[in-house]
Design a protein around this ligand. Structure first.
Ligand code: ATP
Length: 317
């Protein structure tokens, strides 16, 4: 069985990914205002982020609304996240890679507590995410997803969403860091330009940079980035990459990475497969190990066919 998505499968899967991203955003907006499933404890305290260390300890999770199949009734279904442990140092950038459906997005969505773990724990600077107020938790975490959600207001309002009450100067400063200020200034109405339904008047790369400006304004200690799989035009691509790197500097960052440059640029790589971290290390370390990451790397970036790799990979361990 091919464990990893081939480039062609990535294209085929992109519609599904897109829909999931939209669903994720709807959910995020929803939970920012109210909390349908996940509740604050009566004695919940505000999260106090100092260094920004993250620790997943033996985490298990299965979606409850999942269709109940025969396997599950028989009690043999594997959890989506299956005894996953991962500790992330303050300020570190860790790239999650691995097969489609392996659990990368789910791992990320447990940190801001979009869902609660069923066992194990996740802590930020030693505080269990279930013990702190959700408001403080989500203030500490910035999210940049593949499909950017913009509402039909002005560019200024869309950026200010990151920190309501921000001044015009602060908004422009965030836009500069996100490489979008000059573009905004070039528009007839500048920051007062109305973006249209779902940001329809802007390109994918421009929307992404507005979303990044939002996160600069929010200035969280912790970042979750879901790198776009779909191609942006070259100029946009470079501007987005550069501003994302700037955003990730000095913040603890988990990135669902698809580009080789991002993966190589990360401090460490974790391969997530069947809901577990199966390997972890730098690009060079993991390549030298000749395990799942090495296989993934060759398939994704060197165009070697899975079949040719099956045997050596199997005997490597
Ligand atoms: P991809 O690279 O395709 O985004 P991934 O590694 O991020 O994959 P997840 O999206 O975390 O993997 O998916 C892990 C498993 O959980 C998959 O079997 C997926 O179908 C399932 N899953 C994901 N989101 C949901 C959801 N909201 N409800 C039910 N099942 C889900």
């Amino acid at each position: 069985i091919s464990l990893f998505t081939t480039p062609i499968e990535t294209l085929v899967n992109s519609t599904e990914t897109f829909q999931k991203a939209i669903a994720g955003f709807r959910r995020m907006d929803e939970v920012l205002m109210s909390t349908p499933d996940v509740l604050d404890k009566p004695d919940a305290r505000p999260l106090e982020v100092s260094a920004g260390a993250i620790e997943y300890r033996d985490v298990c999770f299965t979606y409850e609304d999942r269709e109940i199949g025969a396997d599950r009734r028989a009690g043999v279904e594997r959890p989506v996240i299956d005894h996953l442990s991962l500790s992330i140092r303050p300020g570190e950038t860790i790239a999650l890679v691995g097969p489609s459906g392996g659990g990368k997005s789910t791992t990320c969505s447990l940190l801001p507590r979009f869902y609660d773990v069923q066992s194990g724990s996740i802590t930020i600077d030693g505080q269990d995410v279930r013990d702190v107020t959700q408001e403080s938790l989500r203030r500490a975490i910035g999210l940049v997803q593949q499909d950017v959600y913009l509402f039909d207001g002005t560019i200024r309002e869309n950026i200010a969403y990151g920190r309501p009450g921000a001044t015009n100067d602060e908004i422009a400063q965030a836009a500069r860091r996100a490489n979008i200020h000059d573009f905004i200034e070039s528009l007839e109405d500048g920051y007062d330009t109305v973006v249209g339904e779902r940001g329809g008047r802007l390109s994918g790369g421009q929307k992404q940079r507005i979303a990044i400006a939002r996160v600069f304004l929010k200035d969280p200690k912790i970042l979750i980035l879901d790198e776009a799989t779909s191609a942006l035009d070259n100029e946009s691509e470079e501007a987005v990459q550069e501003s994302l790197e700037r955003l990730a500097a000095d913040r603890t960052t988990i990135i669902i990475a698809h580009r080789l440059s991002t993966i190589k640029g990360a401090d460490e790589i974790a391969t997530v497969e069947h809901g577990q971290v199966v390997e972890r290390g730098t690009h060079e370390e993991l390549l030298a190990r000749g395990g799942t990451y090495a296989r993934y790397y060759r398939m994704q970036f060197e165009g070697v066919r899975a079949r040719e790799l099956d045997e050596p990979a199997a005997t490597a361990t």
